[in-house]
Design a protein around this ligand. Structure first.
Ligand SMILES: Nc1ncnc2c1ncn2[C@@H]1O[C@H](COP(=O)(O)OP(=O)(O)OP(=O)(O)O)[C@@H](O)[C@H]1O
Ligand SMILES: [Mg+2]
Length: 319
């Protein structure tokens, strides 16, 4: 995946976000006085990237051992967070010369207020040896007492010229022919979200050169039709192909699991199988599992398997 391949490793490689990078550079100079941090801003603008770069820069070579990455919305509740933070803080307690351990808590704005209140306690209890780096889309989703304990960094959407020149660089490194106007089109369809832009570029490069026409074709691929295709394959019992296509949809095109379920439900009702009721129940079950935070890749694969059984019972051979 190009988004991972081209994720900056050093502060100076982060594009745009000049004021933020400058402030981070000065933090790195005297880490001992670093407060907790809160990164807020739109998707694909470098928040997680900066959090990782900062950990790497402050902690050096063994940074992975001293950095805990948690996804707040994935965890069942604040107790899981507390347990994991405690275990992490205990682990290798007396060790080499690092100023503190870092806990990156992504999607912190998805935590309930109660959980955040508990989190605030945990931050206080552990602040002697850890720093929290909270990451979220909306800082308004973070309770005031936490905000006031953090240095807040607001990320903005990336400007067209930065995105276009970054995409141009990737094309050069990947030895892919491209037109400037095609790259502008990628920007236009992704609205300053660099992750989405890079994914779109990669998807486009699979069908050929990066030309205006190919970008339009790729961007215009209707996710709905693709999901319908996956659902039909699954119902026909072709689990393997259905799963491959699903991975491309969520991984390369960045389709969210929720959108997948939404379109899958539409398709299932359209097909009107004799046992649509079973299919509806299966979809509802997996919808719920995703909400409570089960692993999306595993759950959607299991859904495809279940659709296979439902399709078999209905004798479904395809549209
Ligand atoms: N400012 C940036 N400089 C360089 N690359 C970036 C920048 N922002 C995003 N990217 C690219 O986009 C990818 C995703 O960025 P990142 O994970 O930092 O986004 P994010 O702000 O955390 O988004 P989200 O809110 O969706 O988690 C990175 O792997 C990197 O390739
Ligand atoms: Mg992120």
């Amino acid at each position: 995946m190009w988004v991972e391949k081209y994720r900056p490793m050093r502060l100076q490689d982060v594009i745009n976000q000049k004021a933020i990078v400058e402030r981070l550079f000065s933090l790195v100079k005297s880490p001992a006085s670093m407060p907790h941090l809160l990164f807020a801003g739109p998707p694909g603008t470098g928040k997680t990237t900066c959090a990782l770069v900062l950990a790497r820069t402050i902690l050096g070579e063994p940074w992975r051992d001293y950095t805990l990455e948690l996804n707040a919305s994935d965890e069942r509740g604040i107790n899981t967070v507390r347990e994991r933070v405690k275990t992490f803080a205990r682990y290798a307690a007396q060790d080499i010369d690092i100023p503190f351990r870092i806990i990156i808590l992504d999607e912190a704005d998805e935590m309930t207020n109660d959980a955040q209140t508990a989190l605030r306690r945990i931050m206080e209890e552990t602040s002697r040896f850890t720093r929290f780096n909270l990451v979220c889309n909306y800082s308004s989703g973070i309770i005031e007492p936490i905000q006031s304990r953090c240095a807040v960094f607001r990320f903005s959407r990336l400007a067209e010229k930065d995105v276009v020149s970054y995409l141009g660089l990737i094309c050069k490194k990947e030895k892919i022919k491209h037109d400037e106007e095609a790259l502008s089109k990628v920007f236009e369809s992704t609205n300053g979200d660099l992750r989405h832009a890079i994914n779109l570029l990669q998807a486009c490069s699979i069908i050929g050169d990066v030309t205006l026409e190919n970008v339009e074709k790729t961007a215009g691929i209707s996710s709905k039709n693709k999901v319908a295709e996956v659902v039909n394959l699954a119902l026909k019992g072709d689990f393997k192909e259905a799963r491959n296509k699903l991975v491309v949809l969520t991984g390369v095109y960045g389709l969210s699991e929720r959108d997948f379920l939404k379109y899958a439900t539409e398709e299932v009702f359209k097909l009107a199988l004799p046992n649509t009721d079973q299919a509806a129940e299966a979809l509802a079950k997996f919808d719920y599992r995703l909400i409570v935070g089960a692993h999306p890749d595993i759950q959607l694969a299991a859904l495809l398997a279940e659709l296979g059984r439902i399709g078999k019972e209905a004798g479904f051979k395809g549209k």
